[in-house]
Design a binder for this molecule. Structure first.
Ligand code: ADP
Ligand code: GN1
Ligand code: MG
Length: 371
């Protein structure tokens, strides 16, 4: 039995679902948490669903701080959405506490679990099926940033220290290469060299931040397409989820991580690299929409660096997949051996594409910055 399933029954009885639980099944395609969809059957109405998650202990060392962030941010977003006349129950997550009144439940093996209502009538896409859909996600992430513009950043805990510190990610790769825990280095030389040749790139955004050219803001830091729920009727981005990494960060990274994941037509773990290509039309659609959603809140220097955000998030994610492959797949969930190496290769193919089409990317950003 998988780890999380061992305590599932215990955890289900720790929450009050308001109706009998009729099932709990693994759900979604996240790489980090153990996610279950819980089905309940109220006597007088249709089945009601919930999202129950065991937070990853490998990723998050302080679930207490993590949940303090999420409760603070979801309450704040809910109020903002209400003020704007929106529906906070659908447009913002809401943390549902266990019976003991704590923000989350700690099971008898030490696992930390949280509960959210399932946001119904939404679709969670794994790939951008049209420029319009991708643009809708861009507007939602841009808006997310705008809504949190005045959130007191100093109250947020750093849930994963140095999360998007690309220099540190490269160093961690070097450490994993030196340790070569599973003897996998010999099969990954081209990928390792690909990273080492880009050492100077790893400092571009960090230097801009250190020199005060771009600001630290409250950012999401994990802006994959599957971290926004799209309204099934309107096709608009409705609710931003996966708030584990909301903390001070760079807006260009939020832009960049979306491009990394969404501006192509292949799975993140595609093994046929001939299918992995940056789609410049999708890049353009996202750029226009993200800037629209952010509503003038980005500075000129941030806009200039958007292509760098895309390249660095893609390079960094590839470095992280490669590091985890060398370390024995201890961080990202895998369903087959070699999956993290495959994931790393798709990222590097996309980095190479971005480099080859750099001028075009800069021109697109230039075109949309004028609004
Ligand atoms: P991970 O960090 O592992 O990616 P997520 O919080 O993104 O975990 O959740 C995994 C998946 O579960 C999401 O991609 C989405 O499909 C689904 N999901 C999460 N929260 C909700 C929710 N409140 N309503 C509906 N679906 C959700
Ligand atoms: C993880 O949690 P999920 O699956 O949305 C990871 C991101 C990576 C992404 C790669 C907390 O995102 O940083 O970019 O996988 N999240 C964390 O797909 O490490
Ligand atoms: Mg996710």
């Amino acid at each position: 039995m998988a780890e999380a399933e061992k305590t599932l029954q215990e955890v289900l009885s720790a929450f009050d679902f308001g109706a009998p639980v009729v099932g709990a099944v693994r759900y979604g395609e996240g790489h980090i948490n153990d996610t279950f969809c819980v089905h309940t059957q109220p006597a007088d109405r249709a089945c009601r669903r919930f999202i129950l998650q065991r937070m990853s202990a490998a990723a998050f060392k302080r679930p207490d701080q993590l949940m303090e962030n999420i409760i603070g941010v979801t309450d704040y977003l809910g109020r903002q959405i209400e003020k704007a006349g929106g529906d906070r129950g659908r447009e913002a997550l809401e943390v549902l506490r266990p019976k003991n009144g704590e923000p989350y439940y700690t099971d008898s093996l030490g696992g930390a679990w949280r509960l959210y209502p399932f946001v119904e009538d939404t679709i969670c896409y794994q790939s951008a099926q049209s420029p319009e859909l991708f643009a809708a996600s861009g507007r939602a992430f841009g808006r997310f940033q705008r809504l949190l513009r005045d959130y007191p950043a100093s109250t947020l805990h750093e849930t994963i220290p140095r999360f998007h510190d690309t220099e540190d990610r490269l160093q961690k790769l070097r450490d994993a290469v030196a340790a070569d825990k599973l003897g996998r280095v010999k099969d990954c030389r081209p990928e390792i060299d690909f990273c080492l040749r880009r050492e100077a790139d790893c400092s571009v955004a960090l230097s801009a931040m250190r020199e005060g050219r771009i600001p630290l803001r409250v950012t999401h830091n994990d802006t994959k397409l599957n971290n926004v729920l799209m309204d099934k009727d309107t096709g608009e981005g409705l609710c931003i989820i996966d708030l584990d990494t909301v903390m001070p960060g760079l807006a260009i990274n939020d832009f960049g991580d979306s491009i990394r994941f969404g501006a192509n037509h292949s799975a993140e773990d595609e093994t046929d690299l001939s299918k992995v290509d940056l789609d410049v039309e999708l890049f353009a659609a996202y750029t226009a929409a993200f800037l629209e959603g952010a509503g003038g809140s980005l500075t000129d220097a941030e806009i200039d660096l958007l292509p760098w955000g895309a390249k660095l998030m893609t390079l960094e994610c590839g470095i992280r997949f490669l590091t985890d492959h060398l370390a024995g797949d201890v961080y990202f969930h895998i369903s087959r051996e070699g999956q993290n190496l495959d994931r790393c290769r798709t990222q590097f193919k996309l980095v190479a594409d971005m480099e080859a089409r750099w001028q075009e990317l800069c021109e697109i950003v230039g075109q949309y910055r004028k609004g």
